[in-house]
Design a protein around this ligand. Sequence first.
Ligand code: NDP
Length: 296
Amino acid sequence: MADIIDGNAVSDRIKDELSENVDALADEDVTPGLATVLMSDDGASETYVSMKQRACENIGINSVHVEIDPEAPEQELLDKVDELNEDPEVHGILVQMPVPDHVDERKVLQRIDPMKDVDGFHPENVGRLVAGDARFKPCTPHGVQILLGAADVDTTGKDVTIVGRSNIVGKPLANLLVQSGENANATVTVCHSKTQNLEEKTKAADIVVAAVGVPELIDGSMLSEGTTVIDVGVNRVDADTEKGYELVGDVEFESAKEKADAITPVPGGVGPMTIAMLLYNTVKAAGLQHGVEVDL
Ligand code: NDP
């Protein structure tokens, strides 16, 4: 039976450490500030943004929220980003994705000052990550990396199969794990919807990371005994609950836990880590902008 990796416990520990960094910044008269920008009326996006705001407030980060009418022209969002780039009390800017179809996501990401890019999606920060000199590591992949370390899963020399090649999870995670250094040094295979014989790749892995967005795609029959399984997926599926849905991952938990050595649950695995790493990047951004070193 697998160990269940408790993302809530690890994220709470990180938040405690960050509170100390926030106190150290307060001694320099600096209060870290995060601006969240929402240009959507999608319920899930609204929930994510309010969770991020609440998490900020809990550790003393100043949270500024901006809402832009989803029908507004792209320029309105770009102007708002310009304004936040200039605001000395805002150290981090997060534009909640997805933006409406008439807005060019790449243009928005490139507009954010790279020093305030706490999502780590600006091309300058992506380039630095690939070159092994990351400034802001993208929150979800960084959360996965820290979670592996906290669960005492040694990645050195291990075969990691990542299912999913998105710019926000799969690709940056592959880049993080393949670097030399702590919680890295892995041999990484990245799979996607055109991959042939997916099961062969997941069975060959010591560590499987699922970031697909397909409910319970990976089940126990696709895993070897003793695999570490990290489930990034968050999928709403219809269920007989008060809300009319429940959250499930990209891994079929019940069968996977019979094969795995360690496994993350959904919810309570990677999700809380994503938020903790966003807080970390925000505090780090404030530190960088005021010459105070922030590290975990
Ligand atoms: P994307 O939709 O951007 O990417 C999904 C990836 O999975 C793509 O590369 C796609 O391949 C691949 N894929 C789809 N179907 C298959 C299949 N049958 N076999 C193999 N590969 C497949 O998703 P994201 O990366 O944004 O998110 C992935 C999941 O993680 C979602 O459930 C999302 O909700 C969740 N998530 C959770 C976060 C958290 O904090 N816990 C944060 C971010 C995301 P192709 O490129 O060929 O289309």
